[in-house]
Design a binder for this molecule. Structure first.
Ligand SMILES: Nc1ncnc2c1ncn2[C@@H]1O[C@H](COP(=O)(O)OP(=O)(O)O)[C@@H](O)[C@H]1O
Ligand SMILES: [Mg+2]
Length: 237
């Protein structure tokens, strides 16, 4: 699996090396896009050059739609390109399954090369994975390989609800067993809080030592950006 070398930015001496962060999560629908977009806005507000990219997106129609992750991220970062996910597939299933159904051959190494080129010139490059940590990007690669191949740091997004302790600790341990250490966890307050909401962060930090940031729940992009400002500090930004 993987096999690509970490990003080598030595040729771009005019630019400082971007901090590349792969955003993954415990599941689909947990808030990865919200957190990535909010972080992109926080970085912009702090005067950083930021690019936010969805490499593989499924469930896309033939026309680009405003609610697609890749489009939401481009809007949040203000980047010209890419304006949408690098690989857009129709069926709302895992990328390699969607690709097979469409008769598309996924070029993982090509996507990694494209990502390496796209992050040049940014201070912060945010890359949103698909699904959870072991969701396949291709039948041979997961987000763990992508993080390794990009020399990226990893942020885990999860919901602050009952069940999240096991899901989040599993994701963190899995990353660490593959020598990819997550920088931290962003916990998103669920639409319907339960008795565990508010107490999970302490449990996750206690069990793993990973820093956990409690986000707010808001549809206001400015509030989201403010809420994730502290996470920028985890990346020295
Ligand atoms: N902190 C939040 N506040 C308000 N809505 C949120 C928040 N996080 C996620 N959502 C909403 O929950 C849904 C799923 O979030 P999303 O970021 O798309 O998840 P993922 O990228 O993990 O699939 C979206 O409708 C999103 O707007
Ligand atoms: Mg998403």
């Amino acid at each position: 699996m993987g096999g690509e070398q970490p990003v080598n930015f030595s040729a771009q001496s005019a630019w400082s090396s971007p901090t590349v962060v792969v955003v993954t999560g415990t599941d689909t629908g947990v808030g990865k896009t919200w957190a990535t977009a909010s972080l992109a806005r926080a970085a912009r507000a702090a005067g950083r050059r930021v690019v936010a990219i969805k490499p593989f997106e499924t469930g896309c129609s033939s026309q680009r739609a405003a609610q697609e992750d890749g489009v939401v991220l481009a809007e949040a970062s203000g980047q010209q390109a890419p304006a949408e996910a690098l690989v857009r597939l129709r069926e709302p299933v895992a990328p390699p399954e969607a690709a097979e159904r469409e008769g598309v051959v996924l070029d993982y190494n090509g996507v990694v090369r494209e990502l390496r080129a796209l992050v040049i010139g940014s201070d912060l490059a945010l890359i949103e994975g698909a699904g959870g940590v072991l969701s396949p990007l291709t039948w041979n690669q997961t987000v763990i390989d992508l993080a390794r191949d990009l020399g990226a740091r990893v942020l885990v997004v999860a919901q602050d609800r009952l069940g999240t302790i096991s899901h989040t600790v599993s994701a963190l341990k899995l990353l660490s067993w593959h020598d990819v250490r997550a920088t931290g966890v962003v916990l998103i307050p669920p639409e319907h809080p339960d008795a565990s909401t508010g107490s999970n962060a302490r449990a996750i930090t206690g069990l793993t030592s990973a820093p956990v940031h409690l986000a707010v729940r808001s549809r206001d992009p400015a509030v989201g950006a403010q809420s994730l400002k502290e996470v920028l500090g985890w990346f020295g930004l």
